[in-house]
Design a protein around this ligand. Structure first.
Ligand code: KIV
Length: 286
């Protein structure tokens, strides 16, 4: 079934229609194919790739080129889902010009939108990007790129902190963002933000009363052995792959693989000719 390409405009329309939005991260061709085949609305080439693909301890070392590399792989699947490129640490904070230039490069590659972390402190960058014609997804609540300053704690546990998240969301909407991710924030705050915004909220670890949800691919399919506490695993991916690899190793060692179904042979007369040719070279096949 061929479906219409999803755009930022569709995300806003989905909110108006009360249709929940489904997003997942994707880092390669097959992830994007799987997401599309499963009917997912949007894929994020997240800087979480630093942790789930590269095995880093945080997202801070992820570079512009890392995301570009994985974006290229995702775009090869020509996804119907909206493709959002995550802007890594220090690719947008320094100046509006740098933010527009870097975001523009992902858009030129084929991304449908970019995502940046931060609230009120990044609205000038959001405004500049939107003015340049670049759709921007905000990202508030827990901001892993700022964990050295803000910590990796749940947001919105106090009324004051909840108000800060709320005001960040409003500022991003005013700046022209087409949607906003709310990460690891109390459900009450995420609900109030969702009610107050015209643009959709996409939540991760922030409860059910949002316009959509996003999970990291490796967390949801069970490939991350140490997922965050809010993750629901929909498959035991790690165990499935570990068992497949262990069976393969066992069959190679026992000689059970490759069996006749998994190799190819010559016609007997060709083999005889080969044996003759090798025999002339003093080797022969016995
Ligand atoms: O990089 C990422 O995967 C993200 C999601 C957690 C929203 O930013």
């Amino acid at each position: 079934m061929s479906r219409e390409k999803t755009t930022p405009y569709h995300f806003i329309k989905f909110k108006r229609e009360g249709r929940r939005i489904v997003m997942v991260t994707a880092y390669e061709y097959v992830h994007a194919k799987l997401a599309d085949d499963a009917g997912v609305d949007g894929v994020l080439v997240g800087d979480s790739l630093g942790m789930v693909i590269m095995g880093y301890r945080s997202t801070l070392p992820v570079t512009f080129r890392d995301v570009a590399h994985h974006l290229k792989a995702v775009l090869s699947a020509n996804p119907r889902a909206l493709v959002v490129a995550d802007m890594p640490f220090l690719t947008y904070e320094v100046s509006r010009e740098e933010a527009v230039r870097n975001a523009g490069k992902y858009i030129k590659m084929g991304a449908d939108a970019v995502k940046i972390e931060g609230g009120a402190e990044v609205v000038d960058k959001v405004e500049a990007m939107v003015k340049a014609g670049i759709p921007v997804m905000g990202h508030i609540g827990l901001n892993p790129q700022r964990y050295l300053v803000l910590g990796m704690r749940i947001r919105g546990k106090t009324a004051e902190d909840g108000l800060k998240v709320y005001e960040d969301a409003k500022a991003l909407e005013e700046a022209g963002a087409f949607s906003v991710v709310i990460e690891f924030t109390t459900a009450e705050v995420a609900t109030e933000v969702t009610k107050a915004l015209k643009i959709p909220t996409i939540c991760i670890g922030s409860g059910p009363y949002c316009d959509g949800q996003i999970l990291v691919f490796h967390d949801l399919v069970g490939l991350n052995v140490n997922p965050p506490p809010f993750v629901k695993k929909y498959a035991e991916g790690y165990e499935v792959f570990r068992r497949a690899l262990a069976s393969y190793a066992e069959e190679v060692r026992s000689g059970a693989f490759p069996d006749q179904a998994h190799y190819f042979t010559m016609k007997p007369e060709e083999f005889k000719r080969l044996a003759d040719l090798l025999g002339k070279r003093g080797s022969g096949l016995g």
